[in-house]
Design a protein around this ligand. Structure first.
Ligand code: GLN
Length: 457
């Protein structure tokens, strides 16, 4: 059932929140030991919340859109009183002392949390193989990866283990797993959703967003979590719109960037995008556009992201959070705690980041990457003077086999070639189950929902 369908059924008293929660818990019990999508299930809390919801409905209250909706939450989003490990050993026993802003909002909206989902450690990866708790399998083909880093959330939705989910996206971590698992994922505009209570990876790129079965469901969740929060100075005020009605189009022209269709794009994916173009051309004008600095995006990201990672990871020193292994002196204790607590990919990025920020290399790497970032953002700005939205692929390849790329970081980094530019520019992007990615100007998520709904029809 989608969120919309469930809401209708709940309103008309055709179903109870309890029934739905129980059916998801059963499904999780059957499938999760194999899929490894959830790290922990909140069975008692979920049942307790469902009971409350049912009682409120029985006493005559009209249910809101998210009442009783069973969600899966990525393990880097804090839920008060629950472990938030970011799939790392170093936070194995870390219990969140407050709710993330998005969690607070969802609690107030009546949603239910089924559990916390597996991910690449600290959201660094594209396959969920970097989890300290074992890889997640793709429910559509168990020999393949679900994508990453929000692989657990995408697998939970695709496998019927949650009605919808939250993920986070720094360079593609919502969209690439959505494409790999055949579900819908939205990376909101930078600043649309508060990052308070999200375990930071690269703060100038991170956004929380929904993973759902349909565009309509992603829209409902996005509207529930967005908005200004005092705890995140980059978040902005938002006045709610009514939901997008595709009979009143906001979009006239759609751009297709030539740079996204070069060498390396798998033919099957190209075919899906061609079909989307064909369908869109029934209603919209399609125009070829160019985003000329796209070729710098990946290398620019792999300088800026590790620079921010290295500074965000400094707090995991064995003193303030999580696991500590004592050494003979303070430095030894730092080294041991971090060496034992952090995985290979995380350490690689801390090293890279420290290097590009070091006195002798700062100008050569970090400053130049910042300038390249501005050019990538400028590309989008110019393109949006000509077109209202952009259509592109999400990932260059189909889901790969578990183990196929795990020893080749560069091959893995290339999975993000089409998703990273939107993070660098801060613009919103929506991935559909076909693997098509729609991109819009800042704070124009509405356009994405309109086009997404049209393509889903
Ligand atoms: N896969 C990308 C990376 O490894 C993006 C991660 C993310 O968006 N959190 O950095």
């Amino acid at each position: 059932m989608t969120i919309k369908e469930f809401h209708e059924a709940l309103k008309n008293r055709k179903i109870s929140a309890r029934e739905v929660v129980i059916s998801y818990l059963d499904e999780i019990k059957k499938k999760n030991s194999e899929l490894n999508a959830y790290l922990e299930i909140f069975e008692n809390d979920a049942l307790g919340r469902a009971k409350e919801i049912d009682e409120r409905i029985a006493s005559g209250e009209t249910p809101g859109e998210l009442w009783g909706v069973p969600l899966a939450i990525k393990d880097n989003i804090l839920i008060r009183g629950k472990i938030a490990s970011a799939a790392s050993k170093i936070l194995e026993n870390y219990v969140a002392s407050y709710d993330a802003f998005v969690i607070e909002k969802l609690k107030k909206a009546g949603a239910i949390f089924l559990g916390r989902t597996n991910m690449d450690e600290f959201a660094m990866g594209s396959s969920t193989e970097n989890s300290a708790y074992g890889p997640v399998k793709n429910p559509r083909d168990m020999s393949r990866v679900p994508g990453g880093s929000s692989g657990g959330s995408a697998a939970a939705v695709a496998g019927g283990l949650a009605m919808a989910a939250l993920g986070s996206d720094t360079g593609g971590s919502i969209r690439q797993p959505a494409a790999f698992c055949g579900v819908v994922g939205l990376k909101p505009t930078y600043g649309a959703v508060s990052r308070s209570g999200l375990i930071a990876m690269a703060s100038s790129l991170d956004q929380i967003g929904p993973i759902a079965q349909t565009v309509e469901d992603a829209e409902v969740l996005f509207n529930a979590i967005r908005g200004r929060d005092e705890m995140d100075a980059t978040s902005v005020t938002w006045t709610p719109d009514v939901q997008v009605d595709i009979r009143r189009p906001l979009v006239k022209t759609i751009g297709v960037p030539e740079e996204y269709f070069g060498e390396g794009l798998a033919p099957g994916i190209k075919k899906n995008i061609d079909e989307a173009v064909k369908k869109l051309s029934q209603k919209y004008e399609i125009r070829e556009i160019t985003l000329p600095h796209t070729e710098y995006a990946l290398s620019c990201y792999y300088i800026i992201m590790p620079a921010e990672v290295s500074s965000n990871m400094a707090r995991f020193d064995g003193m303030r959070y999580g696991k500590r292994t004592d050494g003979d002196n303070l430095i030894e204790t730092y080294k041991k705690s971090r060496g034992e607590g952090l995985g290979l990919e995380v350490r690689r990025r801390v090293l890279l980041g420290t290097y590009v920020l070091s006195a002798g290399y700062y100008d050569a790497y970090y400053s130049r990457a910042q300038r390249a970032r501005a050019l990538v953002a400028e590309d989008f700005k110019k393109a949006f003077e000509e077109v209202d939205a952009i259509l592109a692929p999400t990932a260059p390849t189909l889901p790969f086999k578990i183990g196929e790329k795990s020893r080749d970081p560069l091959a893995m980094y290339l999975s993000d070639i089409y998703t990273i530019p939107a993070n660098l520019a801060g613009v919103p992007a929506l991935t559909l189950s076909s693997g098509a990615q729609l991109i819009a100007p800042h704070f124009e998520e509405k356009r994405l929902f309109e086009l997404g709904k049209f393509l889903e029809q």
